[in-house]
Design a protein around this ligand. Structure first.
Ligand code: ADP
Length: 169
């Protein structure tokens, strides 16, 4: 695994990085889970900017400022709602890749991800951890702008899934 990838446990809203990633919904107008936590911590300026973005499609990403967060930017991506018969892994991988592309094209050096889609969107945690780490590792293989990518777990199950997955990447 690329040495720039770090696996951590905690609250992503507290992380000091050039960007934190929000597991948003397609309206970009806020929600529960990590989305709600990021909007609460960032303050109302974030929602004002999000209102001007006209939503975001599943697997895509959009960037805003970080407002009251320690992080300078928020990259909003929309994970897939896990469904049988859909290319869940392709869409989830796309969230990570599009977010990393946005970070790199904006000259950012550090970015932190939550476990996209593993909350109310129902993506199996172990499978999601493998998709996430593979996507980040593949991207970094062709990138020399990013210096640090933090995979942030809110709970022990996600943390263990990432640690296990890191042995196979
Ligand atoms: P989704 O709709 O993409 O499933 P959720 O917000 O419901 O998004 O959950 C995504 C993941 O984010 C879950 O694993 C959840 O435990 C985690 N999470 C929730 N709050 C935070 C937080 N403050 N920091 C980091 N991760 C969080």
């Amino acid at each position: 695994m690329d040495s720039r990838i770090e696996i951590a446990k905690g609250d992503i809203t507290k992380i000091d990085a050039d960007a934190i990633v929000n597991a948003a919904n397609s309206s970009l107008l806020g929600g529960g889970g990590v989305d709600g936590a990021i909007h609460r911590a960032a303050g109302p300026g974030l929602l004002d900017e999000c209102r001007r973005l006209d939503g975001c499609q599943t697997g895509e990403a959009k960037i805003t400022k970080g407002y009251r967060l320690k992080a300078r930017h928020v990259i909003h991506t929309v994970g897939p709602i896990y469904r049988h018969g859909q290319d869940n892994a392709g869409l989830l991988r796309s969230c990570y890749l599009r977010s990393l592309e946005l970070a790199a094209s904006n000259g950012l050096k550090s970015i932190a991800f939550p476990a996209i889609s593993t909350g109310v969107y129902g993506y199996p945690v172990e499978e999601a951890a493998r998709v996430a780490l593979e996507a980040v590792n593949d991207f970094l293989g062709n990138d020399d702008t990013l210096e640090r990518v933090v995979m942030v777990s809110f709970d022990d199950r996600n943390l263990k899934a990432l640690q296990d997955a890191s042995r196979g990447v």
